[in-house]
Design a protein around this ligand. Structure first.
Ligand code: UDP
Ligand code: UDP
Length: 461
């Protein structure tokens, strides 16, 4: 208990956070919230309900039970008819639902607060609906936490202005997600509207660090991407949330115990993130590639976009007695895993990844080399960052649709695995990236200083 002679320090700033849908968006928000608390900020967390996936629901409740000082306000979404929107993706529909509800609900939730927040931070997918309300109704500066790479941000910021598909000067046309060629698609409309709002916000925070994306960050802040863009602050890589310790902590997961029994830097970890399902044909070919390569592997498999619907077992997915043949050196899991702990494990050498940005930053933080196998959205642009940093390689012959409607053969996977596992230069680059990541978030590091600067600014609002 603090003594009267030594009172608890006053919070330095009060920040409200409104995250969007999907683990790729929620995870960095909760990591930022935790970081802000550790820097003595008071945090109000707005929780849109209901959430789409079980993973989000669990992450919110775990976070709140371990961060008792965070004030959570539930934003009960207003009724929304998804049939009127040109998309079937449950996460994009949820972006739309939150965007429509926020202008009505944010004033009801935030105006009564005392003390009042000094800033509101929201997700890029909600920016065009939240930024105007923040300024006009709440009288709050509005910041965006961009949860993908600075390279993707440069594309997003220039997209509305460059008449869509030509892209930013830093982005190769071939890396632009095909969905953006359809102007009527819900995602394209959201992407364009939100990108166009960036210049009207008070600042953009990105989960990256100077040494990983020096060119994109410099271009963004020199006005080379878009004139009038507010300050872009690299504040990453955002650190994982602390896991429960002590008696109520869950038992060590099966995959971690399995990794404990594997030799140092011998295992290929395979995962396509929280919301990317592989086709059955691709699962069979990937299994063949893993089997032919002879490497040890840990494969986290998904066959549905939303976890609640992923109920089938592993039986029958692979054919040809695959599980029996690889049982001495492979583990396949069809469940949520603690990816951070896997990437931190000394037995893991390489990561076959879809290059969701959180996965890339987690690999960077742990010096794990990446075999990039993008599927949708920003993932191909993020894979470009991985290649440019030297910490990984793009799957040879990759094109849009790989792993979806276009199946990559087992032989191609086998060869790519050999190349990534046997190329010492990629391993050395990944180790350097790790050092830079640690430096960026350490005392006096570029990302830590950037966030400290923002907190100081907010504390004066
Ligand atoms: N993740 C995890 N366990 C899983 C699947 C995903 O911990 O079984 C985490 C992963 O570590 C990352 C996030 O979920 O923090 C996924 O975000 P990312 O941007 O990599 O990809 P997305 O799932 O959004 O496509
Ligand atoms: N994005 C954006 N504007 C939007 C919605 C998304 O710039 O209105 C970005 C988002 O940050 C990511 C990419 O577009 O870089 C793909 O979004 P998605 O939600 O598919 O990302 P993921 O599921 O991989 O987290």
């Amino acid at each position: 208990m603090p003594s009267s002679a030594n009172p608890a320090p006053q919070p330095s700033a009060h920040v409200a956070l409104l995250p969007s849908a999907g683990m790729g968006h929620l995870t960095p928000f909760l990591r930022l919230a935790s970081y802000l608390v550790s820097l003595n900020c008071h945090v109000t967390l707005l929780r849109p309900l209901p959430v789409v996936s079980s993973a989000e629901s669990l992450q919110f409740s775990d976070f709140l039970s371990s961060h008792s000082t965070v004030h959570c306000l539930d934003l009960h979404l207003l009724p929304f008819d998804p049939s009127s929107a040109n998309s079937t993706d449950p996460f994009f529909l949820q972006f739309e639902s939150i965007s429509r509800s926020a202008p009505v609900l944010l004033p009801q939730l935030l105006l009564p607060l005392d003390p009042k927040p000094s800033a509101l931070i929201t997700d890029i997918s909600l920016a065009s609906s939240v930024a105007p309300v923040s300024r006009a109704r709440l009288n709050l500066p509005c910041f965006v936490l961009f949860t993908a790479s600075a390279s993707m941000l440069s594309f997003c910021a220039s997209f509305p202005k460059t008449d869509n598909i030509s892209g930013s000067p830093f982005i190769d046309r071939s890396t632009i997600p095909p969905v953006l060629r359809d102007p009527n698609n819900l995602f394209t409309q959201q992407f364009s509207n939100n990108g166009a709002t960036l210049a009207a916000t008070d600042g953009v925070l990105v989960n990256t660090f100077d040494a990983l994306e020096p060119r994109a960050l410099a271009a963004l802040n020199r006005g080379e991407v878009l004139e009038g863009l507010p300050r872009v602050s690299a504040i990453g890589p955002l650190m994982p949330l602390e896991k429960k310790r002590g008696r109520s902590a869950p038992a060590r997961a099966r995959e971690l115990e399995w990794l404990d029994g594997q030799p140092e830097r011998s295992v290929v970890y395979v995962s396509f993130g929280s919301r990317t399902a592989l086709s059955e044909a691709q699962i069979k070919e990937l299994a063949r590639g893993l089997e032919r390569s002879g490497f040890r592997f840990l494969w986290v498999i998904k066959t549905k976009v939303v976890d609640k619907e992923d109920k089938e077992g592993l039986e029958g997915l692979f054919g040809d007695g695959f599980m029996e043949k690889v049982k001495e050196r492979g583990l396949v899991v069809k469940d949520w895993v603690e990816q951070e702990e896997i990437l931190a494990h000394g037995a893991v050498a390489a990561f076959v990844s879809h290059c969701g940005w959180n996965s890339v930053t987690e690999a960077a933080m742990h010096g794990v080399r990446v075999l990039a196998w993008p599927r949708i959205g920003d993932q191909r642009i993020n894979a470009g960052v991985v290649e440019a940093a030297g910490m990984g390689r793009l799957l040879k012959g990759w094109e849009w649709g790989c792993g979806g409607e276009k199946v990559v053969a087992g032989e191609v996977v086998e060869e790519a695995l050999r190349e990534i596992m046997e190329d010492a230069s990629v391993g050395a680059c990944a180790a350097c990236v790790r050092e830079e990541a640690v430096r960026a978030v350490g005392v006096g590091g570029s990302s830590r200083e950037s966030l400290a600067g923002l907190i100081e600014k907010w504390s004066k609002c």
